[in-house]
Write a protein that binds this ligand. Structure first.
Ligand SMILES: *Cc1c(COP(=O)(O)O)cnc(C)c1O
Length: 454
């Protein structure tokens, strides 16, 4: 069958429901735990952090959830997103493999993150919440939440990891354009931030620390809630719009993936693409290998332990059973800032434990080389995070070249790299290094994770 490079959907063909994979898991998810008592967390435990509708989505095992009309209206600013066949990359690699990518960089913030920012702000607005707080690393999530808050008239206050606050000033400007208020983290605004700055005035910060600051501000005010851009069940569910669209697009051209690869930071773009395909796999309709790709400097799935840990550094969030490097592990400052989180989504960790997905890690130099091959052939400059998925797709395509197999590879190009050019510049000038994993630091961080007998 011949078909064009870009496979589009019409607005009226957009899926109208998110998919909740917890309905179809062969074993139920371990519950989140209260950080103090270690008993299963209740809806009330989450109430200071999130609106009721999102807590319900976090805990439900209902298979499908309707996307509200007002959320659909905002989605339609950029959705449905195109699915591309990467024919020019295939040619460059001289591979018999077919490579497809679902492009999420067409969103206002330039990544997949608005897919969950928009419904999160919508449900908060419906419950009368006036302000949201959050953390951001490279600035992708902060800018997405600021954009979404602007759509529904909420205030947005953001703690940006100090190292990227200093090195990525344009993301801060984007957040401010959409009305966000941005602090470097650690900040003078919170008690925890002040305590860290007292020890080190130049503290580089981390995602875990920024989460602690944003959470402490949210719980202190009854009209304020907190929003998390990855990791949680409801976030991964909102992102399934990616995979549901991709399924329809692949069906239009009569293709099914043999291999599906995605980069995993907290697991949301991966889960969003993979879970609808996993459902089809459960039904016996296709049989793709599904693979997570993480950086060698922050190998949560491949080197972390599967156990209960906190989502933040100060230990204020409920504990989640997940692959973790320890909540106070601070990864090396690799350029893929969005992949530098100590934990992995409980859902992705669970399907990994069940053997439903596999995982690999790749160093950043190979990833940037892959990103440049992609840019030269397909034109789009990828964000540093999805270059991990591209590098894995290229490895797979080159393996097909050896064996002559015509495998179909699907990945998500979850963001463009227009605000990450400084890291490409480092690579092009030969200044980039593969950062070694500090196993001693991981061992030490894991020792500080409390033992939970579950
Ligand atoms: C935030 C981000 C990631 C990492 O988050 P996931 O939840 O693993 O998707 C990856 N890529 C981009 C472009 C991001 O903005």
């Amino acid at each position: 069958m011949s078909y064009p490079n870009k496979i589009f959907l019409e607005e009226n063909e957009m899926p109208t429901q998110w998919y909740n994979i917890t309905a179809d898991l062969p074993e139920p998810m371990p519950p989140a735990l209260h950080p103090g008592t270690h008993e299963p967390a209740t809806a009330e435990d989450f109430a200071p952090l999130f609106p009721k509708a999102l807590i319900e989505q976090e805990m439900t095992t209902q298979r499908y959830v309707d996307i509200p009309g007002e959320v659909m209206d905002v989605y339609k600013l950029w959705r449905p997103t195109p699915l591309f066949r990467a024919r020019r990359l295939e040619k460059l690699l001289d591979t018999p493999a077919k490579i497809f990518y679902k492009y999420e960089g067409v969103s206002p913030a330039g990544s997949h993150k608005p897919n969950t920012a928009v419904p999160q702000v919508y449900y908060n607005a419906m419950e009368g919440i006036k302000k949201l707080t959050t953390e951001t690393g490279a600035g992708q999530w902060g800018s997405s939440l600021a954009f979404a808050c602007a759509q529904f008239g909420l205030e947005c206050e953001i703690w940006q990891v100090a190292a990227s606050y200093r090195s990525k000033p344009y993301r801060k400007t984007m957040m401010e354009i959409w009305g966000g208020k941005v602090h470097p983290s650690p900040s003078q605004v919170t008690e925890y931030g002040r305590s860290l700055l007292a020890l080190d005035n130049d503290h580089p910060g981390s995602l875990g620390i920024a989460i602690s600051e944003a959470v402490s501000e949210a719980v202190a005010d009854e009209n304020t809630r907190y929003a998390l851009g990855s990791v949680l069940n409801h976030v991964l569910m909102h992102q399934t719009i990616i995979g549901e669209e991709a399924l329809l697009q692949m069906a239009k051209i009569g293709e099914t993936p043999d291999v599906l690869v995605g980069c995993t930071g907290g697991g949301s773009n991966f889960g969003g693409l993979a879970f609808p395909f996993m459902r089809e796999k459960f039904k016996g309709k296709m049989n793709p290998v599904i693979r997570c790709v993480e950086p060698t400097a922050c190998p949560t799935l491949t080197k972390g332990e599967y156990r209960y840990d906190y989502g933040d550094t100060a230990g204020m969030t409920p504990m989640m059973k997940m692959h973790t490097l320890g909540h106070n592990f601070i990864p090396e400052p690799i350029h893929a800032g969005g992949l530098r989180y100590h934990g992995m989504a409980p859902l992705v960790s669970h399907v990994y434990e069940l053997g439903l997905v596999d995982a690999m890690s790749i160093g950043q130099k190979e990833c940037f080389a892959a990103g440049i091959m992609f840019a030269k052939s397909e034109g789009i400059v990828p964000a540093p995070e999805p270059t991990h998925a591209i590098a894995a797709a290229i490895r797979e395509a080159l393996a097909c070249k050896e064996t002559g197999e015509e495998r179909t590879i699907l990945t998500a190009l979850c963001g463009h790299g227009h605000l990450d050019l400084a890291s490409y510049e480092k690579y092009l000038h030969g200044e980039m290094q593969d950062l070694d994993l500090d196993q001693k630091a991981i061992d030490e961080a894991l020792r500080s994770v409390p033992q939970v007998d579950r």
